[in-house]
Design a protein around this ligand. Structure first.
Ligand code: THU
Length: 160
């Protein structure tokens, strides 16, 4: 038996002002989307913005449902829209912002496991990394240089 350690690298920015300008723009668009989320049950709004290599910006937010599991996260709403409207166009960056309707959310909120798996499909297919930035409403921003960094031991088409 041998122990295997898996390491990952993330970058932490103290506030949105520290991130590059194009990312600030995406964060603003993600925040706009977050405010339009349909989250009457969890009261937890999430917004996502994607930058595609053709310059298009795609946004999405979480859409909940009275039948709870029928709802969808912001990241998947955005990435499936990108995949449906711009098939084959690479995704360069994804930014995510989340905030509770009840209390201020000042710490970075990472994408859930199901969204990591969904984003991974696109990263694997396009063969170039997708930069992921995530934050609360304010406060620190965390950057990962790729989705793979957030999902070690990924299940992808190579195993099928
Ligand atoms: N949510 C997202 O939109 N993205 C995530 O990565 C995690 C969770 C949504 C789903 C649900 O509408 C609410 O946040 C609370 O879980």
């Amino acid at each position: 038996m041998k122990e295997v350690k898996i390491e990952t690298t993330l970058y932490v920015f103290n506030s949105i002002e520290e991130v590059p300008n194009d990312v600030i723009n995406l964060m603003r668009q993600a925040a706009k989307a977050r405010k339009k989320a349909y989250a009457p049950y969890s009261k937890f709004n999430v917004g996502a913005a994607l930058l595609l290599e053709n310059g298009e910006v795609i946004t999405g937010n979480n859409q909940e449902n009275a039948s709870y599991p029928s709802g969808l996260c912001a990241e998947r709403t955005a990435i499936y829209y990108a995949g449906s409207q711009f098939p084959g166009i690479k995704i360069l960056k994804m930014v995510i912002t989340a905030g509770s309707q009840n209390t201020p959310t000042n710490s970075p909120i990472p994408p859930c496991g199901a969204c990591r798996q969904a984003i991974s499909e696109y990263e694997v297919n396009q063969k170039t990394p997708i930069e992921i930035y995530f934050m609360g409403e304010t406060g620190k921003v965390i950057k990962s240089n790729s989705l793979a960094n957030l999902l070690p031991l990924v299940f992808d088409k190579s195993v099928l």
